[in-house]
Design a protein around this ligand. Structure first.
Ligand code: 8YV
Length: 338
């Protein structure tokens, strides 16, 4: 039997990253993208020392039941609502994510969605492809809403939120944000001169609102009917954070009834399913959770996940770069000393 550590990779990954893992470990990488049934997930995790998983893999107490082998789970993402950190910590398993390497690309994409939704790019393209242009177009057709000179709101001013805010300077926009606590002044200055306001003020004053907050039980439906009712009727809402932060049915109703100009959504409650009411609307731009999907960002995320696993298993020197439950590392160190 091989004494090499085993690493399971739950999704197809870049060949050079798999080769890097294979220099140090026996790699079992899934060749096809698919969902793993709970029983299969448990079996794969039980047979590995380390795992690289995607957001669709829910790693909770049930997935870890009876697992005596696994030492590290590295998420392919900065968000980690698919990982039950308490269960992983109880089991002495390190959890890691991929922060920072995706900040700029994800912020770029927030602006892509905002611009596309505000200026109706998706609907206009569908109309053109359907051959309607030769039928005639009025001077006052396809009127969108401006970004420049308006107020950008950012709900969730973490690293990605700040990267979104920084870009507002190019559009001469005022930036408001809401977080549990205001940022230090220097960070506000670096983030487009962003000003902290309470959530209701953010909703009332933003011409365009970008959601960049993590998904937690508290942030579920942070934007529902009541919050949408506070927003300006010509506002555009962008969600690049997580499905479930927005009540999709309430949003669809607001968009349908003209209580909001448009929305750009990259994430959905219960994705890959998309609420049928959203699919029926023209004033919403929809994309399949691709905000971090630039070639460079996705590659850097995969590399970081691999380094997390290799370091956690002691196959390369140094600490894992992005631990989520570092108490597990400390406990491991104590155990080795005794
Ligand atoms: C996904 C993300 O990881 O990092 C996150 O939290 O949501 C994304 O970057 C990516 O879409 C792969 O599923």
């Amino acid at each position: 039997m091989s004494s090499r550590k085993k690493v399971w990779v739950s999704r197809p990954l870049f060949p050079d990253v798999l080769a890097r893992l294979a220099e140090h470990a026996e790699v079992q990488a899934e060749a096809v993208e698919r969902r793993h049934a709970p029983e299969e997930l448990r079996a794969k995790l039980a047979a590995a020392d380390g795992a690289i998983v995607g957001l669709a893999d829910r790693i909770d107490a049930a997935a870890l039941e009876g697992n005596a082998r696994l030492r590290v789970v590295a998420n392919l993402g900065v968000g980690h609502d698919n990982l039950d950190l308490a269960a992983l910590t109880r089991a002495g398993i390190l959890a890691c994510n991929t922060p920072d390497v995706l900040n700029e690309s994800t912020a770029d994409y927030a602006w892509a969605l905002l611009l596309a939704a505000a200026r109706r790019v998706g609907a206009a393209e569908r109309w053109l492809r359907a051959g309607h242009w030769p039928e005639g177009m009025r001077f006052d057709d396809w009127l969108g809403v401006d970004l420049h000179g308006r107020t950008l709101g950012v709900l969730g001013m973490g690293r990605i939120g700040r990267a979104v805010a920084r870009r507002a300077a190019g559009f001469d926009m005022r930036v408001l944000y809401h977080n549990r606590a205001p940022l230090p002044e220097a960070l506000e200055r670096e983030s487009g001169g962003a000003e902290w306001v309470d959530k209701a003020t953010l909703l009332r004053q933003s011409d365009h609102l970008v959601l960049v907050l993590p998904y937690t039980p508290e942030s579920r439906h942070a934007i529902g009917a009541a919050e949408l009712a506070l927003m300006k009727p010509r506002a555009v809402l962008v969600n690049i954070a997580r499905g479930g932060i927005v009540d999709d049915a309430a949003l669809a109703a607001a968009l349908r009834e003209g209580r909001l100009a448009a929305a750009g959504l990259d994430v959905f409650e219960g994705e890959p399913r998309v609420h049928p009411d959203l699919l029926a609307l023209d004033n919403v731009v929809l994309s399949p959770h691709i905000a971090s999907a630039s070639a460079d960002a996705r590659h850097a995320m995969a590399e970081l996940a691999a380094e997390n696993v290799l370091a956690a298993l002691g196959l390369v020197p140094g600490r894992p770069p992005a631990p989520l439950n570092p108490a597990v590392l400390e406990a491991g160190r104590r155990a080795r000393k005794t």
